[in-house]
Design a protein around this ligand. Sequence first.
Ligand code: ZN
Length: 205
Amino acid sequence: MNFNSRLFDRIRIGPSEAEEVVQSDASRCDHPGCARAGEFRAPKGRGREGQFFQFCLEHVKAYNATYNYFSGMNDEALAAYQKQEEIGHRPTWKLGVNSKAARMAQRGRVAGGQAGPDVQDGFNIFGARTEQQAAKPEPRHNVLARKALDTLGLDENADSVAIKARYKELVKRFHPDANGGDRSREGTLQEILKAYQQLKSSGLV
Ligand SMILES: [Zn+2]
């Protein structure tokens, strides 16, 4: 038999078949849809001590970054736990019991079923992230300019080039000349012109 024949090449196991072997292996990554080998252990969390997920390197990193031992505790349980901690020692974490975040966490848990990295991501009940979310960034433009951008279907990051381009496009589209003399969209055209004037006087164009 000639082992260098093309036929022999074809019956060799290719990379795609090798991948399927990993997929059917019980030790593959627990992240839904991930076919890589689950080489890293991660604790499943409170109430499931001694149980572990098996993740690939990427997913164990993601899981560890968002892992929260307290996720899934309701407010009462949290309060009780905090009290215990205060008696023993000062809590090392800041307890910002955000009931909205807690509810979201509960919903995420129910919707997600198995607590995986994606589900855990919204569980940062104690973190500073909640405070950051509460503090909205200052809008870049005043309310009139923002309204004008909105009329043109642009967001507040639009620069003068983008504004001019969109303005031209909309004028073309809504101008009676472009609609066979149809004047029914003149109101829209007026709004577009007004919005553009506003952006000009706001210094955006
Ligand atoms: Zn994975």
